[in-house]
Design a protein around this ligand. Structure first.
Ligand code: ATP
Ligand code: MG
Length: 340
């Protein structure tokens, strides 16, 4: 078992508990977390405070989903003896650092953040943007820096948030006159963002367009049947388009046989390969991926008390780490402290 030593690289990443996790999370971030948990000090944050920024009218939804996300983590193989799983709202240092960091960013810079712009549009906020939502890049910078994380496995949609975190870190380091905090690197998989089944948007919990990691075989089959392909590929013999074809995007993300996918693309472009055959292949791959996750999930949901204990332990450990960093930041910036 790894301990949180100073020289193993530190990872911080997390998810908003707005619903159970889906294939987009798996391709965008969970897969990297699994691959790195044995060699890195990894903190995984269930970001319930952040989830409230656009769900304040329905806190019950966030409350319910904290445990659902924890079940998903255990089901996919996040191992609490290798990764520390913790709950954001129970880590006061994160809220305190957020408040501090808000003094180092401008409203116009927050409004210019491409992720925030996209998400404001997707949520249809218009001018009625909750202030907490607009400011969440500062909160995310607080999360990352409080753990002194240098690596953040995230989906492509989060790249501008990490960029803004690093701007903030440079600003704080300049002011402190030393390297108070290390910069963080986003670890983004090549696949980019996994589209929804209809190919129109990013697969997302909040948009109700997701294929869940707890989906049944039948749900997977129906979802793949509905997948957007090439609307001009009417007969099997027609040449088809691979770009923008959701089935190929998913094969790129989940088919372990890269050579076979490359051959299928050539065949599809040439003509003679039907959508039905491709969809059969993808259905089998997704069913094989999700079945063991679903089975483990059924097992862990039988012991909610054990999962709550695991969350309490992880959060206590994270609390010690984040409080320490907060004090170091306050010292580095020469802020008043009664405990000094
Ligand atoms: P919400 O709709 O509530 O924002 P979400 O589905 O976007 O939920 P988050 O909790 O915001 O999920 O994201 C958690 C992590 O999963 C982030 O690193 C994010 O980049 C990644 N992620 C989410 N959706 C996708 C996707 N479709 N493709 C790739 N990565 C994704
Ligand atoms: Mg999101």
């Amino acid at each position: 078992m790894l301990s949180a030593t100073t020289h193993t690289p530190i990872i911080l990443t997390g998810d908003r508990p707005t619903g159970p996790l889906h294939l987009g999370h798996y391709a965008g971030s969970l897969r990297n977390r699994l691959a790195l948990q044995a060699t890195h000090t990894q903190y995984v944050l269930i970001a319930d405070t952040q989830a409230l920024t656009d769900n304040a009218a329905d806190p019950g939804r966030i409350c319910r989903n904290v445990l659902e996300v924890a079940y998903d983590y255990l089901a996919i193989g996040i191992d609490p003896s290798l990764s520390t799983i913790c709950v954001q709202s129970a880590l006061p240092a994160l809220a305190e650092l957020t408040l501090l960091y808000l003094n180092f960013v401008t409203v116009s810079r927050l409004e210019r953040n491409p992720t925030i712009k996209d998400e404001i549009q997707a949520r249809g906020f218009g001018r009625d943007i909750p202030a907490g939502f607009l400011c969440y890049p500062a909160a995310q910078a607080a999360d990352i820096t409080a753990f002194r994380a240098t690596l953040v496995p995230v989906g492509e949609d989060q790249a501008p948030i990490i960029e803004q975190t690093n701007e903030l870190i440079r600003r704080l380091n300049r002011q402190a006159g030393k390297e108070l905090l290390p910069e963080a690197k986003a670890l983004i998989p090549e696949i980019g963002r996994l589209p929804s089944i209809d190919g129109r948007a990013k697969m997302s919990k909040s948009q109700g367009n997701a294929l869940l990691l707890s989906a049944s075989d039948a749900e997977i089959e129906v979802a793949v049947q509905r997948m957007y392909t090439d609307p001009d590929h009417l007969r099997v013999s027609d040449p088809g388009r691979v770009e923008g074809n959701v089935v190929f995007t998913y094969l790129d993300a989940f088919d372990p046989d890269f050579q076979a996918v490359a051959d299928l693309k050539l065949h599809y472009r040439r003509g003679g390969l039907g959508d039905a055959a491709l969809k059969r292949r993808l259905t089998g791959i997704l069913q094989a991926l999700i079945a063991p996750i679903r089975e483990r999930r059924t097992e862990v949901t039988r012991a909610p008390n054990l999962v709550m204990d695991m969350l309490r332990d992880g959060t206590a450990k994270a609390n010690a780490v984040t409080q320490k960093t907060k004090h170091e930041i306050m010292d580095g910036l020469a802020l008043f402290s009664l405990s000094r």
